[in-house]
Design a protein around this ligand. Sequence first.
Ligand SMILES: CC(C)(COP(=O)(O)OP(=O)(O)OC[C@H]1O[C@@H](n2cnc3c(N)ncnc32)[C@H](O)[C@@H]1OP(=O)(O)O)[C@@H](O)C(=O)NCCC(=O)NCCS
Length: 165
Amino acid sequence: MPILRPATPADIPEIVRLERLPGSQLYVGQWSEDRHRATLSSPDARYYVADSPTPGTLAAYAILRGLAEASGSLELKRLVVATPGQGLGRPILTEILALAFLTHHAHRLFLDVYDDNPRARHLYQSLGFVHEGTMRDAARRGDQYFPLHLLSILDSEYRALHNSR
Ligand SMILES: CC(C)(COP(=O)(O)OP(=O)(O)OC[C@H]1O[C@@H](n2cnc3c(N)ncnc32)[C@H](O)[C@@H]1OP(=O)(O)O)[C@@H](O)C(=O)NCCC(=O)NCCS
């Protein structure tokens, strides 16, 4: 049974709340509600959310971008769970891979991840993402620059690993 559903504009305040949690802030960008609203309404992006058992709150959200591009290269722009380390990220990322390759017919799904985010890096690589390289000084926290790892998985790799046609 799918965990994710497409987001609506009513989910934006919760999306921003999850993005600002102490466990998220270090690893993902901090967008305004307006920026999320604009991205959500763009044909280039899809937002997916997981509802939590507490009504009106989200357990996770993800953003895919690049749907309007001809390259077939989609970006997993965000993946945030409200309570990390409890096993929700794995089924959600598995569902995102299916959405990217089976629903949106991507050729490639890519993302970037901080060097000092071993949990996310482990999860991505355990589901088949390959390290493409390191982007030097690509992110900034306060007055310090940090490298980001570029990871991707191709359609053929997804189908071989996840046994789908
Ligand atoms: C990254 C994130 C989405 C993963 O979701 P999650 O629910 O925490 O992930 P899970 O619990 O399903 O799986 C985490 C995996 O990492 C492993 N892990 C945890 N801490 C680790 C560490 N320090 N080093 C290596 N692996 C680690 C776990 O053992 C588990 O692997 P396993 O399934 O092989 O046992 C979540 O932690 C999150 O939202 N973090 C904050 C925002 C963020 O970093 N987003 C990603 C930006 S690129």
